[in-house]
Design a protein around this ligand. Structure first.
Ligand SMILES: O=C(O)c1ccccc1NCC(=O)[C@H](O)[C@H](O)COP(=O)(O)O
Length: 223
């Protein structure tokens, strides 16, 4: 099982990720997020130049094609994660240049397969995250698009045939290894390519607790 650490903002932490067994590093290009790279001194050209054995994933929320392309070039991104209300057509335009992960944020009553069905042709992977809750105030809170630390009910994925590689995400925390391993026994996990961790492994937004990340990966990848 591979691991993605999302919300990286520190160059020294980025360079340590491969030796911890991290396969994907996520960079948030969404200004309202407390993990927005623009709030930190992370330099695109320095990230681009660093030859690291991991995939650099740019995370966007309803960004324009031009904004995404600019960040791909600036940071030398390997993949793009579209985390907003992007349409299949918008995914397709970007997927002509780079691998696209379409993120879906599930609330309790959303129908998983109905939600994802139109995105198969124009994306390379899916990411299943926790949805914005139903109250109007919470829906309007732009910081709730991702990195919320909230879990959705993964059991709703069990038994489904996704038929596309997916990332399992949403509030995964250091003590979740047994739950993730249990989930991996289900047939749906045949398509699971990685576990995505973020806010539950931080000392402050954008700053990861690498000791917690290391322990989680050791336990997850261990027998
Ligand atoms: O992390 C953010 O601040 C963020 C903001 C806006 C859109 C997406 C964002 N994160 C994307 C991720 O892939 C997160 O890892 C995912 O939402 C899970 O985060 P968490 O619930 O903290 O584990």
């Amino acid at each position: 099982m591979k691991v993605k650490v999302c919300g990286i903002t520190q160059m020294d932490q980025l360079t340590q990720l491969p030796e911890l067994g991290v396969n994907y590093a996520g960079f948030i290009f969404y200004a309202p997020s407390p993990r927005f790279v623009g709030r930190f001194s992370l330099s695109g050209p320095v990230v681009k130049k660093a030859k690291l054995p991991l995939y650099k994933v740019g995370v966007f929320v309803d960004a324009t094609y031009e904004q995404v392309m600019r960040r791909i070039e600036e940071f030398g991104l390997d993949m793009v994660q579209l985390h907003g209300h992007e349409t299949p057509y918008e995914c397709q335009k970007i997927a002509a240049h780079i691998d696209v992960i379409k993120a879906f944020r599930f609330s309790e009553n959303d129908h998983v397969q109905w939600t994802i069905k139109d995105f198969y042709a124009d994306t390379d992977a899916f990411l299943f995250d926790t949805g914005v809750p139903a109250t109007k105030k919470e829906r309007e809170d732009k910081t709730l698009y991702g990195g919320t630390g909230r879990k959705f009910n993964w059991n709703r994925l069990k038994g489904l045939e996704i038929r596309k590689p997916f990332f399992l995400s949403g509030g995964i925390e250091p003590t979740d290894v047994p739950t993730v391993k249990e989930f991996m026994k289900d047939s749906v996990a045949n398509d699971m390519m990685a576990v995505d961790i973020n806010s539950r492994f931080e000392t402050s937004p954008g700053v990861k607790d690498l000791a917690k990340v290391a322990t989680f990966i050791k336990e997850l990848k261990g027998a």
